[in-house]
Design a protein around this ligand. Structure first.
Ligand SMILES: *[C@@H]1O[C@H](CO)[C@@H](O)[C@H](O)[C@H]1NC(C)=O
Ligand SMILES: *[C@@H]1O[C@H](CO)[C@@H](O)[C@H](O)[C@H]1NC(C)=O
Ligand SMILES: *[C@@H]1O[C@H](CO)[C@@H](O)[C@H](O)[C@H]1NC(C)=O
Ligand SMILES: *[C@@H]1O[C@H](CO)[C@@H](O)[C@H](O)[C@H]1NC(C)=O
Ligand SMILES: *[C@@H]1O[C@H](CO)[C@@H](O)[C@H](O)[C@H]1NC(C)=O
Ligand SMILES: *[C@@H]1O[C@H](CO)[C@@H](O)[C@H](O)[C@H]1NC(C)=O
Length: 584
């Protein structure tokens, strides 16, 4: 068969030296120096595909096949936005091949296909090729190029994304998938030939003895704040994991966790809000959200996809304006509160069930400074600062916390067959050592150990601590004014104080605070202690939620290893049984 021909071709790749001597190390993937929009900026990693090699940047995240933009997406139009990350020309690679059994996606939404970029509408083919990934090996720090054979790709030949108002915009960049619950993605082949396997970066490196396990750890970091991305195969960088780590079962194509609450808090100094902290934002104004709501943590989508009621409660505290065309909130940058909030130590907090436990939780803090994101072309012609709450589910049909959340959170997965888990923890801010702390994940590990660094220290120097109004510096404000009915100063009073004060900015700031002050002010919550945590893993329920994650119709998942609708587009003359992907 044609698919065996490629094996005879000698690949122009520098193979690992002494492959047999490798005992399984963490493999650190270097990140591209470029970052990408149009809703970021987001950092990417680089892989090289085919023979000869074609260099392509991809956003790492998600499972099953990687999604790569084909050169045909740039066939029309002289300036093609996808060109900057790189597009894949399969016809110029001598090692590219396809098999008929995979089916295709034809002029349709991708949201029903497991492993496909949910937000895309268009056409795509599964293709396989040889891929070269640059890695730095954990212990030695030596650099290698790791070749991966039969790399599993969904190559998008044509597609677009759609805004809530129905207008469309072109694709910019694909995704580098980071493994799957199955070791390979497998399709039936014609007997007596064996079934066909597409491979993933995590399992392929483990299968060849390069890593200690089929796993990864990732912190996408922040391009705007210069927090470098961190992606480790077979382990994680311990300096990216702060405080308690939650581990829980993964689903067939997403990482689900119970979200208990969303709050607003301030890590140090005075609050830029009319409260020192506020909780209850997840369920506020929505009686259907009771104890918790399951969400997916998903690096393949950009926003915080939350119920309308939740976005309403969060943004009720922020100088933002909802823009129905985009389904997003634009920061009112002229509002003095905007700059104060996003440069202060204030954050949006997300409290989750810890280790699927009934009575324990874990809180991840996302500073508002990281939620000062930018919409750019081709979504909008003028770069526009936006707050990434998106009222509604992600296109895959589940409320999701996307890349905007993951700027501040560490995720990892141990894909170990049978009882694998995924990990969630607080990630550090910009004050993070450049010295890596690569740490292995062993095949049976269902917990990982975090670093002893305190989260606030990783942001020190990068935020402006507001003067506490109860400190000596606030004495310029007459105390009787603060108690008048209505709870604040008149505009005339603020003007008068400002005219007399030495530092008008500080006064205006404090006055703004007092203006918003309400009588019912909650007492400040003590900051949860951050420190070394050796994680005691809670028992994972034996009944895995693998195929029953909310939002996915059971009938679409009936074949255990078959991603949804994977072969639904196969030609009607072909018996479906022959093409069904099979388990390992
Ligand atoms: C795919 O993997 C299975 C299980 O390891 C193996 O039996 C089969 O030979 C593989 N197929 C190919 C084409 O390598
Ligand atoms: C995965 O696929 C590769 C390539 O076909 C094959 O060599 C390997 O045996 C497969 N492994 C498993 C566990 O199926
Ligand atoms: C209330 O929450 C549910 C999820 O539990 C969500 O589907 C619904 O859209 C929310 N209602 C509003 C008005 O946001
Ligand atoms: C918000 O983001 C924009 C674009 O990255 C940046 O220029 C600006 O300085 C940021 N604002 C603050 C206060 O950090
Ligand atoms: C999280 O746990 C703490 C300590 O047990 C508890 O006080 C708090 O109410 C919990 N938060 C949520 C949202 O369940
Ligand atoms: C008061 O303001 C001065 C100068 O603005 C500053 O150096 C000092 O740290 C402030 N004191 C307090 C208690 O905030």
């Amino acid at each position: 068969m044609f698919s065996y021909i490629y094996k005879a071709i000698i690949l122009p790749i520098i193979f690992y030296q002494e492959a047999a001597a490798l005992s399984g190390q963490t493999q650190i993937i270097p990140w591209s120096s470029n970052s990408y929009g149009p809703d970021g900026p987001w950092q990417a990693v680089n892989i090289r595909i085919g023979t000869p090699l074609q260099s392509i940047d991809l956003l790492p995240g998600g499972s099953w096949m990687s999604n790569v933009l084909g050169s045909s997406v740039c066939a029309t139009g002289s300036s093609c936005i996808a060109q900057s990350a790189g597009v894949y020309d399969n016809s110029s690679s001598s090692t590219n091949f396809e098999i008929g059994q995979t089916g295709t996606i034809g002029n349709s939404t991708f949201s029903h296909t497991v492993g496909a970029l949910q937000t895309v509408f268009g056409s795509a083919h599964w293709m396989f090729d040889t891929v070269a990934v640059s890695v730095r090996e954990g212990a030695s720090g030596d650099s290698f190029v790791a070749p991966i054979q039969d790399f599993d790709m969904l190559v998008i030949s044509d597609g677009h994304e759609t805004l809530p108002d129905g207008s469309t915009y072109p694709l910019t960049i694909g995704k580098l998938a980071l493994g799957a619950p199955e070791f390979n993605q497998s399709w039936n082949y014609f007997p007596p030939n064996p079934r066909w396997n597409g491979t993933f970066i995590t399992s392929s490196m483990f299968g060849e003895g390069r890593t200690p396990s089929n796993s990864y750890g990732m912190h996408i970091g922040s391009a705007a704040f210069g927090i470098p991305g961190s992606l480790t195969i077979g382990g994680y960088d311990q300096s990216r994991v702060l405080g308690p780590v939650s581990s829980q079962p993964y689903a067939i194509d997403h990482l689900p966790i119970d979200l208990l609450d969303i709050g607003i808090g301030v890590e140090a100094g005075a609050s830029p809000f009319n409260f020192s902290s506020q909780g209850g934002l997840l369920a506020s104004g929505n009686s259907t959200i009771r104890i918790s709501m399951q969400v997916a943590v998903d690096a393949t989508v950009p926003y915080l996809y939350l119920p309308q009621s939740t976005c309403d409660s969060i943004t009720g505290n922020l100088p933002v304006t909802f823009q129905p065309k985009y389904g997003l909130y634009f920061w009112n940058t002229a509002d003095p509160q905007y700059k104060i909030i996003i440069s202060s130590p204030s954050y949006l907090s997300f409290t989750f069930r810890l280790n699927s436990a009934v009575s324990q939780n874990i809180t991840i803090k996302v500073p508002f400074s990281l939620l000062n994101l930018t919409l750019t072309s081709p979504i909008i012609s003028t770069p526009t600062l936006y707050f990434p709450c998106f009222p509604g589910q992600a296109p895959g049909g589940i409320f999701s916390l996307g890349r905007s959340f993951l700027q501040a959170a560490f995720i990892g997965v141990n894909w170990q067959t049978g009882n694998g888990v995924w990990f969630l923890a607080q990630a550090p801010g910009p004050n993070t050592p450049t010295t890596l702390a690569p740490t292995q994940i062993q095949p049976t590990d269902n917990s990982i150990v975090s670093s002893t660094t305190g989260w606030a220290d990783t942001w020190s120097g990068f935020w402006t601590i507001l003067d506490n109004p109860t400190s000596g510096n606030t004495t310029t404000i007459p105390s009787d004014n603060t108690t008048q009915s209505g709870g604040g100063l008149s505009k005339a009073a603020i003007g008068g104080i400002c005219a007399a004060a030495v530092v008008c900015l500080i006064t205006a700031l404090i006055a703004g605070y007092l203006l918003r002050k309400r009588r019912k002010e909650k007492p400040a919550e003590p900051n949860p202690t951050l420190g070394p945590h050796h994680i005691q893993h809670q028992a994972i329920p034996p009944e895995r939620e693998k195929y029953t994650g909310s939002g996915f119709a059971p009938q679409e998942l009936s074949t255990e290893s078959a991603p949804r609708e994977m072969y639904a587009h196969t030609g009607i003359n072909s018996p479906v049984e022959m093409y069904a992907p099979v388990g390992r």
